[in-house]
Write a protein that binds this ligand. Structure first.
Ligand code: KIV
Ligand code: ZN
Length: 519
């Protein structure tokens, strides 16, 4: 049977990055893009080129490295955005510009303050201009879920005529029920048949992102936009792994459709993104949650031992879970085994970085008996910050955190000089962070602090994530720190946040963009 291919458009690096706390640096984005290519996604939305110089740089680098998937940048329907998107993807083997403007009455009136005619005029202009950079242009009717179907048809006619090949109908606020999305998609795909591909982009505010995407496919959508682990604005986007596995497992219903996804790369992709962003999928999350294949009750365990299909509808190996969590390497493992492991985990790092990664691995292997895949992922990704190490932790000494006043002595390298200072605090962490502030001359406010063990065992690596504001009027900055010692990991995380802040100073307001900016 000739199956119809569904285009999988992954927006983890764009909408996913809009999840609070999910910002990634260029090197991390490159590693994720390489993994998405291995996973077999058709289109990688690598970012929003006009949002910041950092976004532009990451998209440009991804465009130069990824060859198998189409590389795409988002752009508002504004000339300067479209130009930034076009310039960023220009070197890609396969490239796309994705431009959008809101089409719902509520957005046009209150956000854009534009009449529908003007919205159409701007959409057409953006698509025509995008076509001067690339052949493959996607147009999104933002908030299509709450737009008038007559207006969706009118604007689609205009942008198709202007050169858009894909019309995306986002349920931007995750408001619609499956039958409503199905009806909209059916009407729009019948209307545009043979002229454009209909795409959907479902947010998960009512927990229906995946259900709405599946219903859309049945009703004519041939592209779905989704993210790994369901990351994304607010409640997130439809999860790629859930859509793909539903299509596969329920081939009795969806048997006429197929994707190019190599499902064995699903679990490695999920782990890489969770490690880099520090955002773990909830344990009971479908497909990739830690408990998704765990059978706790005796009755279930008994059933699974007798025959796996009693309680398992997916084989762990189908998502690449069979090779996970095995003891991977030990202190006697050589460079070749380490390199081989990194490439199996999806990392492609240059030779000089491989040398230092191997050294860090050896240091860890000396102290930690059992090293797991997640340890290796954390070890490699913790070094991926492409921000200058303006401040570097050299030493940390903690004093009396039980009876006396918690205090910390910190040594930091700055401009080639080592500076030591000591300070007190309400608790040990407070003392450490205050002392770092004193040395660096900044005053950070800690908004969030999380510590997580990377793998199992009492000697597990601690992965600390901090969220800090260094200026009340600016967004919080995330820092990650890794160490066998939680306090060291905390100090590294805080210094990491400070270094990121310093590398972004002056650019932090850049992201607060006005959707009404003129052409
Ligand atoms: O949710 C949304 O409407 C979007 C568009 C920019 C595609 O993310
Ligand atoms: Zn979105």
């Amino acid at each position: 049977m000739n199956k119809e291919m569904i285009t999988i458009f992954d927006t983890t690096l764009r909408d996913g990055e809009q999840s609070p706390g999910a910002s990634m640096n260029t090197e991390e984005k490159i590693q994720i893009a390489a993994q998405l290519e291995r996973l077999g996604v058709d289109v990688i939305e690598a970012g929003f080129a006009a949002a910041s110089p950092g976004d532009f740089d990451a998209i440009e680098k991804i465009a130069q490295r990824v060859t198998g998937s189409t590389v795409c940048s988002l752009a508002r329907a504004i000339d300067s955005d479209v130009k930034a998107a076009g310039d960023a993807v220009i070197k890609a083997n396969k490239k796309r510009i994705h431009t959008f403007i809101a089409t719902s009455p509520i957005h046009m009136e209150h956000k854009l303050k534009m009449a529908p005619d003007e919205v159409i005029r701007r959409a057409v202009r953006a698509v025509e201009y995008a076509r001067t950079f690339v052949d493959d242009v996607e147009f999104s009717c933002e908030d299509a879920g709450r737009s008038d179907i007559g207006f969706l048809k009118e604007i689609s006619d205009a942008v198709i005529e202007a050169g858009a090949g894909t019309i995306n109908l986002p349920d931007t606020v995750g408001f619609r029920m499956p039958q409503e999305i199905g009806a909209m998609v059916k009407e729009m795909s019948d209307y545009t048949k043979g002229r454009a591909v209909i795409s959907v982009h479902n947010h998960n505010d009512l927990g229906l992102g995946v259900a709405n995407s599946l219903e859309s496919i049945v009703n004519g959508a041939r592209q779905v936009e989704c993210t790994i682990n369901g990351l994304g604005e607010r409640a997130g986007n439809a999860a790629l792994e859930e859509i793909v596995m539903a299509l596969k497992v329920r081939s009795d219903i969806f048997g006429t459709f197929d994707t190019r996804i190599n499902t064995r790369e699903i679990y490695p992709s999920s782990r890489l993104i969770a490690t880099i962003t520090g955002i773990e999928p909830q344990p009971n999350k479908a497909i990739v949650g830690k408990n998704a294949f765990a059978h706790e009750s005796g009755i279930h365990q008994d059933g699974v031992l007798k025959n796996k299909t009693t309680y398992e509808i997916i084989r762990p190996e189908d998502i690449g879970l069979d090779t996970e969590d095995t003891l991977v390497l030990g202190k006697h493992s050589g460079r070749a085994a380490f390199k081989d492991k990194l490439s199996k985990l999806g990392f492609s790092i240059p030779d000089d970085e491989m040398v230092s990664a191997f050294e860090r691995f050896k240091e860890l292997a000396d102290k930690k008996k059992e090293i797991y895949d997640d340890d290796i992922r954390a070890l490699v990704t913790s070094q991926m910050a492409n921000v200058p190490k303006t401040y570097e932790l050299v030493g940390l000494q903690l004093m009396d955190c039980s009876n006396g006043v918690p205090s910390a002595a910190v040594t930091i390298r700055h401009n080639g000089k080592e500076i030591t200072d000591a300070g007190i605090g309400d608790g040990t962490i407070d003392a450490v962070f205050k002392t770092i502030d004193r040395i660096a001359g900044y005053h950070g406010t800690l908004m969030d602090y999380k510590v997580k063990s990377v793998s199992k065992g009492k000697d597990a690596l601690a992965n600390v994530t901090v969220k800090v504001t260094f200026n009340d009027n600016e967004p919080a900055i995330i820092g990650h720190g890794l160490s066998l010692d939680t306090m060291l990991a905390s100090a590294r995380a805080y210094i990491g946040a400070l270094n990121s802040y310093l590398s972004m100073e002056g650019m932090l307001k850049f992201r607060q963009m006005d959707s009404r900016e003129t052409i």
